[in-house]
Design a protein around this ligand. Structure first.
Ligand code: PMP
Length: 367
């Protein structure tokens, strides 16, 4: 029950475990092409350009940063935790002049503050973390997409902890890049960086004056490869993660079989049930309200008198695996529970019971 890598469906593991084929074998070309097509449906971006790369979520962040930023460009980063700070550092590496609007821990940056900043300076790009996995804070991407459109700023959503779990309507919400990794709600073992770019993002990359600062991430190499796979033609720049792509095709098929709207609803209902159970035990959460709480993971504070190390030790001997805190400064004050992808109602109940008995073992009694 950690927020990634999650537990994967047996069908996905079967596909990943099949003998490795050539990256230009006809059946693999079919799998890759089909996975790209299904990404558009999962991202709700019917005219977006999907990319599938071998790498982790940070590579997907890198790909957006490297291709869309030129030295001297201004970038606005909305930070709701650890991964916002990572994006700021990444964009600086490519020469961007970065402004960070950091939310108070547990909250989001207000739309008013974002709009004031966009009015104050001309930005090329704005990034935000849909769900920050360090705080379980969820931002509402829709009005941020609208602000990007209004001020002519390219919007980049880090959806590593949200795609295929939280509601994302990339095209309707006019978000230029939605990126993720395979190991969370997409449901494939770690190793794939996934990204869908809008026509506007591709155009911004085409209009660059300077070469892309990363050789590997450069869309010059990858765009034609993605197009070839979709047209079911062999192509090569770097060897794709063949087995993981086969797993991705199966996982996306399962996601679409469930249906995006039922899947969004299921994640919301499981998350609400989990938060209710935590509140019932007298635990407070990092997100300041339900409105800004993620549906893919939760981050409860330890109650007074319970030491994190003792709690994690007690949990280690239960049947569930939880994650500790991540945000510097408060990392020993809270723990994290992932509830995305294949998580069932039964998993939620088992987890709640394990937390309850670990807390009791630490001497906690509900006030
Ligand atoms: N962004 C967010 C919101 C994440 O949760 C993570 C990973 N937990 C990353 C980026 C980086 O992804 P990866 O670890 O796969 O590089």
């Amino acid at each position: 029950m950690i927020p990634g890598p999650i537990e994967f469906e047996p069908e996905v593991m079967m596909a990943v475990g099949m003998p490795t084929t050539s990256h230009v074998a006809p059946d693999f070309i079919e799998s890759f092409g089909h996975a790209l097509e299904m990404m558009r449906e999962v991202w709700l971006a019917p005219s977006g350009q999907p990319f599938i790369m071998a790498g982790s979520g940070t590579l997907a962040m890198d790909m957006a940063g490297a291709n869309l930023v030129e030295p001297g460009d201004r970038a606005l980063v909305l930070s709701t935790g650890y991964f916002g700070e990572r994006y700021a550092a990444l964009l600086r590496r490519y020469g961007a002049e970065v402004t960070v609007l950091a939310a108070e821990t547990g909250n989001v940056v207000s739309l008013k503050a974002v709009e004031e900043e966009l009015k104050r300076s001309r930005y090329k790009i704005m990034t935000f973390t849909h769900v920050d996995t360090s705080t379980a804070v969820r931002v509402d991407p829709e009005p941020l997409g609208a602000l990007g459109e209004k001020y002519g700023v390219i919007t980049v959503l880090d959806g590593v902890c949200s795609v295929a779990g939280e509601v994302i309507r990339q095209e309707k919400w006019k978000i230029d890049v939605v990126l993720t990794a395979s190991q969370k709600a997409v449901g494939v073992p770690p190793g794939l960086a996934l990204l869908v770019a809008s026509g506007r993002a591709i155009e911004a990359w085409q209009k660059r004056k300077s070469p892309v600062g990363s050789y590997y991430s450069d869309w010059t190499h990858w765009l034609s490869v993605m197009k070839a796979y979709e047209e079911r033609r062999p192509s090569y720049f770097g060897t794709p993660a063949v087995n993981l792509v086969s797993g991705l095709e199966v996982s996306l098929r399962l996601i679409l079989k469930e249906g995006m709207e039922p899947r969004f609803r299921r994640h919301r209902e499981r998350a609400e049930a989990f938060r209710e159970a935590m509140k019932d035990m007298g635990l407070k959460m990092i997100p300041v309200s339900d409105e800004v709480s993620a549906n893919t993971l939760s981050a409860p504070f330890y109650p007074e008198g319970v030491r994190g190390a003792d709690f994690m030790k007690a949990i280690a001997s239960s049947e569930v695996i939880l994650a500790g805190g991540l945000l510097p400064g408060i990392k020993d004050d809270y723990f994290r529970v992932g509830h995305m992808g294949s998580v069932t109602g039964g998993d939620i109940l088992t987890t709640v019971a394990a937390i309850r008995s670990a807390l009791a073992g630490c001497g906690y009694r509900r006030p």
